[in-house]
Design a protein around this ligand. Sequence first.
Ligand SMILES: [Zn+2]
Length: 336
Amino acid sequence: MLKIDSHTHILPKKMPNWSEKFGYGDFIYLQHHKKGFAKMMRGNQFFREIKENAWNAELRMNEYAKFETQVQVVCTIPVMFSYWAKPLDCLSLSQYLNDQIAKVVDKYPKNYIGLGTVPMQDTELAVKELGRLKKIGIKGIQIGSNINDENLNEERFFPIFHACEKLGLEVLVHPWNMMGEKKMQRYWLPWLVGMPAETSRAICSMIFGGIFEKLPKLRVMFAHAGGSFLPTIGRIKHGFDCRPDLVAIDNNIDPGKYLGKFWVDSVTHDGMMLEYVLKLQGSNRVMLGSDYPFPLGDLEIGKFIEEMDLTKKVKDDIFHLSALEWLDMKKEDLIS
Ligand SMILES: [Zn+2]
């Protein structure tokens, strides 16, 4: 069966030392300190160690073959977004990352589909880069759940979403820059508590801000099965009903109506939760995702889904049909 992993991350093996190049800021750079490993450094601070599968396209394909998964949708790691940087510097960094992804896709068009990154802090530059992405064969973009702490419903982001809809570029919204991060450093809480909340923040902002209403053809996917949005949809709907004066100020459509309008991935690590997500979203809006190659991801690439008691139609949806619709691609584009 054709399997498309809709949520994976990749980096270039080599990157300029951006802080030196631009003369400021704690940009990420890679220190290849031993064979097969690199340290991601933020300024002079160690951020995370990554393995060769974060940059080696061939090695990744071999690892994926073990899980009979042919296609990876690749995007950068959110810490690379650099929305805090000067816009032109962020554009230059984004273009470097986007070009590298375009090269991987060019080399292995049946195995890789690319999502780019754009300088969200500068609407005009972001829209311009979207046009370039379309030309170099990138299918969509990945953006953060907030942009320098601003929510996605802010007016300045609307032209970017509008351009994505017009150009037919899909959007992956990924949690990052987690709310409350500084106040909950212990126990990995930014990742375990902050990330799911960030994703819900992004979905609620886009629903209540009327983005889906104004752009019905915009194809958006939220990471990690939509974070805490779906598990708390009852509360969100009730809030909309009991305090419309607070909630329904920009869009008076019931938030429940948007279930099944956007896509989510399958990164739940829990069959029961995935069944719930399928029930709310419909199987045609849930797609295999892994968050590979990071430890909090589903590094057996959907094995738990294979083991679930689901119909063939539901599995076809999760493993490729939903993703093909999100990507606006045909099965024939990937099968020779
Ligand atoms: Zn991810």
